[in-house]
Structure formats: structure tokens, C-alpha cells
Design a protein around this ligand. Structure first.
Ligand code: SAM
Length: 356
């Protein structure tokens, strides 16, 4: 019933194996796996209508199958982490970043100066350990009015354009000419889940429009006005609106948010102000387009000890517009620097009854 024989190949490990026709292979594989008989160091082979399972030993009952001794290809050791692929001094290994952003098929990584010399090896190690990544970019922090960053490609394809998938939505992004942070995904979904049917929403600093599109797809707003001053971001936002099938609900506006009163024709039930460091300077303008009651999602980067003062200042601006701010909920979304946070504040602004 069975036969033991040897097949010589260029493979690196010779071992006993059990052979089964394709139709019987899956139950056999499961049974071998459950009994911890399957070897993990070599590849299973499919050949001539049969599957060969390399095994550690052969209990009697397996002799009803064809048993062979055969050369198998050794499995390549798969490092779990890019660090496993690098040979640096212990001190430098300790300085390798443990986190980085993945935007579509691009990794964005920051490196300390001490590792700059090794950037290409680090990029190659990241490429080798992430099968869906095509490019690795070394990045500086975002800067300037458009919140973009200097990027240097350190491994892979020479491109900064990619498509990022988030909650089933696809966002075209150019990581060099536009702002996009994958870390805000759950914040965007949280905000979308708060939107009530029929709301008029204004996304004052929309970028490639991830907040606007998330809202249009996961809620039922009447309309979302998505404003951005960066032409590149606006072009991608228009593309993103089309490819996520929300052309009817999201209107992309290429404008300066300073002109928000001119470019937004309706009063807003909800305003998203994702422009950390500067949103404060636009709060007065935001209230000028706010409905009687308006929810503002205000984002800032601020030191913990300055949060209270910032809120008092926002209340003062609101008072000048006859608005009262209530239900302020402050969330630390991510840390930015020691004791400095990217915060989100949900604010309910209501116009005084006596001056409404
Ligand atoms: C931090 S990004 C946020 C982008 C987007 N909301 C997101 O979550 O990906 C801020 C955006 O505001 C835009 N921006 C900066 N100043 C602006 C202004 N005065 N008017 C309109 N957009 C502006 C930038 O171009 C950038 O796309």
C-alpha cells in the first residue's frame, strides 16, 4: 500500500513526507497540524496531482498514505520586524523608530540624525518586511500654510502618490504636496457618526477631503462644503469625491477660509476646523457662518497647561458673536511633543436667545 523512496533535488533539506492526492490533502493537512506533526522549516510541495507534507515523524496510522523521503526547499525566515533585518550597533538599534505611518503603499518614517547615514538600509529593511509597500519616505514634520512636508525617498519606487484605504473609502493622496494623516481615521469616523440626517456641514480645512467624504458616506448630511486653499489638495479631493460616489453631497471649494462667508451660501449646523496651531485665528469666522446652534469640531496642537486658557479665549470670541459655548469635550488624540498634544474639542455653540 505504501512505498518509501528518495527524490534528489536541489532543495536544502531532506525529510520524510506524507503524500496525498489533492482531494484528500486538506483533511490530512489539518490532522497533521493538529497533532503537531507538520514541519515548519520547509515548504509543502505540490507535484503531479499530489501534495507532499514534510513531517517530523510518522505514526503507524499514516502508513496508509504514501510516505516518501524527499528534498524540500527550506522556508525563508520571515523577520517580524524591519529591525531584524538590520545590523547596527546596540546603541543605534535602540534608536530605531518603533512606529511610522503607512499611507497607502507608502511608509513615512522620521529618523533621528544619528540614523541618517543608514537611511537606505533602513528603507530597504522596511520594504522587505511589508509586502504591500512600494516606497519608503524619510519625512520632516509638516510645516507651512498647507501643512505639507519635505519627503526624501529612501527605498522603492520613485513616487509620492498613493491611494489610502480607510473604513472602506479610498483616498488619493500625494504625501509630498498634500496633508494626510492615517492616524485620524477613527476620529473621522467618530465625527461622521455624530452627524444627524439633513445637517449642513462645513469642513473649513478639508485637505484631500477625508472628513467630508467619511461624513457623506457614513451619515446623511444635506450637504458638506469642503474648503481648502491648496490647489493640489483640491484636485485630489475632487477625485476622491468622485471615486467614493459622493458627488451629490460633497462640494469641493478651492478658497481661502478667510473668505468662508463669501463661498459658503448656507449657515452651518456643524463645522470642522482641522488646522492645528491656526484654527484659533479662524474661530470668529467660523461663528459668522454658524447656524443658531452649531457643533464645532476644533483641533489644535497645544501644551497641556495651555488648554484652559485657549478655551477661555474661544469663549471670549464666541461672546463677541453672541454665542455661548457649552458641552465642551476635550480629547487628546495623539501626542506631538513632550507634554504637547494634538487635541480635539467638540463644542456646542448656541446663539443667545435675546439677540437671535
Ligand atoms: C492639517 S490639514 C487637514 C486636512 C484634512 N482636514 C485632513 O484631516 O486630512 C489642514 C489643511 O488646511 C489647508 N489650509 C491652510 N490654510 C488654509 C486657509 N487659509 N484656507 C483654506 N485652507 C487652508 C491646508 O492646505 C491643509 O490641507
Amino acid at each position: 500500500m505504501y512505498q518509501i523512496y528518495t527524490i534528489d533535488e536541489m532543495a536544502t533539506k531532506k525529510t520524510k513526507a506524507v503524500c496525498a492526492p489533492l482531494t484528500e490533502a486538506e483533511p490530512l493537512r489539518r490532522s497533521l497540524r493538529e497533532r503537531n506533526l507538520l514541519r515548519d522549516d520547509v515548504e509543502i510541495v505540490k507535484e503531479g496531482g499530489c501534495i507532499y507534507f514534510p513531517v517530523k515523524n510518522i505514526p503507524d496510522e499514516l502508513y496508509s498514505y504514501k510516505v516518501v523521503t524527499k528534498s524540500f526547499k527550506l522556508k525563508a525566515a520571515k523577520p517580524h520586524c524591519y529591525k531584524d533585518r538590520l545590523k547596527l550597533s546596540k546603541k543605534l538599534m535602540g534608536e530605531l523608530p518603533t512606529s511610522y505611518d503607512v499611507v497607502g503603499a507608502i511608509i513615512l518614517i522620521k529618523l533621528p540624525k544619528t540614523l541618517f547615514h543608514y537611511r537606505k538600509e533602513i528603507g530597504k529593511a522596511l520594504l522587505e518586511t511589508h509586502k504591500n509597500i512600494r516606497t519608503v519616505c524619510l519625512i520632516d514634520p509638516v510645516s507651512g500654510e498647507f501643512r505639507t512636508r519635505n519627503v526624501a525617498i529612501i527605498a522603492g519606487e520613485n513616487q509620492t502618490f498613493t491611494t489610502h484605504i480607510e473604513y472602506g473609502l479610498s483616498f488619493d493622496v500625494d504625501v509630498e504636496t498634500t496633508y494626510f494623516s492615517p492616524r485620524l481615521a477613527s476620529e473621522r469616523k467618530r465625527v461622521a457618526d455624530l452627524v444627524k440626517p439633513g445637517e449642513i456641514v462645513v469642513d473649513m480645512f478639508a485637505g484631500v477631503a477625508p472628513f467630508s467624504i467619511m461624513i457623506a458616506r457614513y451619515a446623511k448630511p444635506k450637504i458638506v462644503y469642503a474648503i481648502d486653499k491648496n490647489k493640489e489638495a483640491v484636485l485630489l479631493a475632487q477625485q476622491n469625491v468622485k471615486q467614493n460616489h459622493v458627488l451629490d453631497t460633497v462640494e469641493i471649494i478651492h478658497a481661502d477660509a478667510n473668505d468662508v462667508e463669501k463661498v459658503v451660501p448656507k449657515k452651518a449646523d456643524r463645522i470642522i476646523m482641522n488646522l492645528p496651531f491656526s484654527a484659533y485665528n479662524f474661530f470668529s469666522l467660523a461663528l459668522s457662518i454658524a447656524a443658531q446652534t452649531c457643533i464645532v469640531h476644533y483641533y489644535d496642537i497645544i501644551k497641556e497647561e495651555d488648554i484652559e486658557a485657549r478655551i477661555d479665549a474661544l469663549k471670549k470670541i464666541a461672546a463677541e458673536h453672541s454665542y455661548i459655548l457649552a458641552d465642551l469635550s476635550i480629547r487628546k488624540i495623539k501626542s506631538y511633543a513632550p507634554r504637547e498634544f494634538y487635541i480635539g474639542i467638540d463644542i456646542t455653540a448656541t446663539k443667545h436667545a435675546d439677540v437671535a
